[in-house]
Design a protein around this ligand. Structure first.
Ligand code: FAD
Length: 310
């Protein structure tokens, strides 16, 4: 059995594993895909102290750092169920899709999240070639260019306000007949000179040429008419979905499916901690996930030294 079992091998999981292993305790990481979302990222320019890197390099560095310690890395392993300890100080079980079961005194959940796709032609083809999901990450890459934001909820409207300060022009596309964001955000958005808002508008295609985005097609749902907006970038903002479906009924989740944690990374289940994009932590970023992973590992260690074995 492990002292600390980390489920998920993104920035949060890697940081948790390094922090746990440095305490000299038995540490394992089970991850469906080591590296996590970073594998799908082109440029990373906001991990403090690293001026510029790319996703695959960053993911390889996460793995190399983790392998430098005595950590069991179980890559390509998906967890399907967690069974809390039967009594305080007992072992927690994690069942894997391959039929195996891992046992540990503490578990750190760091299964991350995924951006919801619009599923229109061009989205997959031009991902990282004009189609982006994270304005904090990729906004500056579109400096002086024309962009659209798909989605008029809080995250879409926040993204549009954020981008309007950086890019030349923002077109916001909302499927419903009105924006769903908070009124204060909608008012702020409407006050900006370089923003156009289309409601009742269904995105039908992201167009491109020479391997780059060059436009967005939408259908006016009232008239059925199709329109083409020429632009260089599209931010899809229709939701970030935490990878926590497998925890329903065992670990407390927010209404958005995020694992509810306190400032130290505790969940509602004794000995089970969580970190990163799968949790209620505000702002989903690499530097934040890595910090949260360190917090969860230190809390797990604290739990171990205070809890007598069952
Ligand atoms: P993740 O990176 O999502 O890792 C989750 C891990 O859990 C993975 O190993 C996954 O395989 C595993 N997993 C999931 N479910 C299971 C399961 N059931 N069992 C076992 N393992 C499981 N942030 C920045 O700071 N800067 C950027 O420039 C930036 N650019 C981005 C660009 C893109 C295209 C995307 C998608 C995101 C970007 N982000 C960026 C956000 C950043 O990648 C995330 O905030 C960060 O990766 C979160 O780390 P995490 O460890 O919490 O989760």
């Amino acid at each position: 059995a492990y002292d600390v079992l980390v489920v998920g091998g993104g920035p949060a999981g890697a940081a948790a594993a390094v922090y746990a292993a440095r305490k000299g305790i038995r540490t394992g990481v089970a991850a469906e895909r080591f590296g996590g979302q970073v594998n799908d990222t082109l440029g990373i320019e906001n991990y403090i102290s690293v001026l510029e890197t790319d996703g695959p390099k960053f993911a390889a560095a996460l793995e190399a750092h983790t392998r430098a310690y005595n950590v069991d890395i179980m890559n390509l392993q998906r967890a399907e169920k967690i069974i809390p300890a039967a009594q305080p100080g007992g072992l927690i079980e994690v069942q894997l899709a391959n039929g195996g079961t891992l046992k540990s005194k503490t578990v750190i959940l760091s299964t991350g999240a995924r951006w919801r796709n619009v599923n229109v032609p061009g989205e997959a083809e031009y991902k990282n070639k004009g189609v982006a999901y994270c304005p904090h990450c990729d906004g500056p890459l579109f400096k002086g260019k024309r962009t659209a934001v798909i989605g008029g909820g809080n995250s879409g409207v926040e993204a549009a306000i954020d981008l309007a300060g950086v890019v030349a022009h923002v077109t916001l596309i909302e499927f419903a007949d009105q924006l769903k964001a908070d009124a204060v955000l909608v008012n702020k958005l409407k006050s900006l000179p370089n923003v156009t808002i289309h409601t009742n508008a269904q995105t039908t295609e992201i167009t491109g040429a020479d391997g780059k985005v060059n436009g967005l097609k939408y259908k006016d749902r009232a008239t059925g008419e199709e329109h083409l907006v020429p632009l260089e970038g599209v931010f899809v903002q229709i939701g970030l979905v935490p990878n926590t479906e497998w925890l329903k009924g065992t670990v407390e989740l927010s209404k958005f499916g995020e694992i509810v944690i306190d400032a130290k990374g505790h969940t509602n289940v004794p000995g089970v901690f969580a970190a990163g994009d799968c949790t209620t932590v505000p702002y989903k970023q690499i530097v934040i996930a890595a910090g949260a992973g360190a917090t969860a590992a230190l809390s797990a260690f604290d739990h171990l030294i205070r809890t007598p074995a069952a």
